[in-house]
Structures are given as structure tokens and as C-alpha cells.
Ligand binder design. Structure first.
Ligand code: PH2
Ligand code: MG
Ligand code: MG
Length: 152
């Protein structure tokens, strides 16, 4: 089974509790095993700045769900935890679960791009990934360590 990395983000409500609930819901279905979770850190919002600070981290999971089925599962859990899709792009949310990496797969479809298209620009994703495995390869971009070193 490939190792899959999920981005965890929250800026509304009890952020830590919500991220914990998301991980529990993901593990409850029986087809996802949460392998490791990075520490959670406060980060300044990127892209839409008039919102509270985010709590961010990443989780490494193992799953037999193929990428599109996993994406659907992530969206289901977001909805279960009160995520609303009506707000501004990049705006406040109770929970954001992003499919960052799916083993060494590269996917480019209208509904799903893997590696996550903004992964290599975002410290709030790269730093927790590096905490779990700094040698981790981002297909098409090199190791997480090298990508981080290239950011100013
Ligand atoms: N997510 C976004 C947009 N901006 N900024 C931070 N710091 N953390 C996020 O998770 C984040 C963001 C879109 O999903
Ligand atoms: Mg996101
Ligand atoms: Mg998202």
C-alpha cells in the first residue's frame, strides 16, 4: 500500500479538537490507517489574509482506497465537521483535508491534481512533511528538504 500524505488545516472553532475529530473519522471507516501525525503549528493565513491564524499539520496514512475514492472520503469528513463551501476561495474553514501526496503517483485531472499543486510553495505544508520525513520525494520536484531549501 502506498504511503499517502494528507494536509490538515483549521482556522475556525476549536481547531485542535476538529483536526483530532477528522483523524478519528478517517480511521473509523476501516479502510484508512493513520500511520503518523506531525505536530500541529500556528501559521499566518496565506492567500486570503483577513482570517484567524491556521492550525496546520500533516498526517501519513495507509489506505487501499484509490486516489479519487480517498478524495471523496476526505470531502465527506470535511462536510461532517461543518465545512461550508460557500465562503471565499482560501477563506476561513472549520477543517481542510488536502490530498498532498499519493505514493509516487502523479495525477492531473480536472477534479484532482497530485502532488497538490501548491505544495511546493507552502511552508505550512512542507515543514510538517519534513518533520515526518525530510527525504520524502515530491514527484517532479525533488525531496521535501530540497524544496524547502529553495524557498526564500
Ligand atoms: N489553506 C488555504 C489557504 N491559506 N494558509 C495557511 N496558513 N494554512 C492553510 O492551511 C491554508 C492557508 C487553502 O486551503
Ligand atoms: Mg487547502
Ligand atoms: Mg482543501
Amino acid at each position: 500500500m502506498p504511503l499517502v500524505y494528507i494536509g490538515l488545516g483549521s482556522t475556525l472553532g476549536d481547531r485542535e479538537q476538529t483536526i483530532g475529530a477528522a483523524l478519528e473519522l478517517l480511521a473509523q471507516g476501516g479502510d484508512i490507517e493513520v500511520a503518523t501525525v506531525s505536530s500541529l503549528r500556528e501559521t499566518d493565513p496565506v492567500g486570503y489574509e483577513q482570517q484567524p491564524r491556521f492550525l496546520n499539520g500533516v498526517a501519513a496514512i495507509r489506505t487501499e482506497l484509490e486516489p479519487r475514492a480517498l478524495l471523496a472520503r476526505l470531502q465527506e469528513v470535511e462536510l461532517e465537521l461543518g465545512r461550508e463551501r460557500s465562503g471565499p476561495r482560501f477563506g476561513p474553514r472549520t477543517i481542510d483535508l488536502d490530498l498532498l501526496l499519493y505514493g509516487d503517483e502523479q495525477i492531473d485531472e480536472p477534479e484532482l491534481v497530485v502532488p497538490h499543486p501548491r505544495l511546493t510553495e507552502r511552508r505550512f505544508v512542507l515543514e510538517p512533511l519534513a518533520e515526518l520525513d525530510s527525504g520524502l520525494e515530491v514527484p517532479g520536484a525533488g525531496s521535501v528538504r530540497a524544496v524547502l531549501a529553495g524557498l526564500q
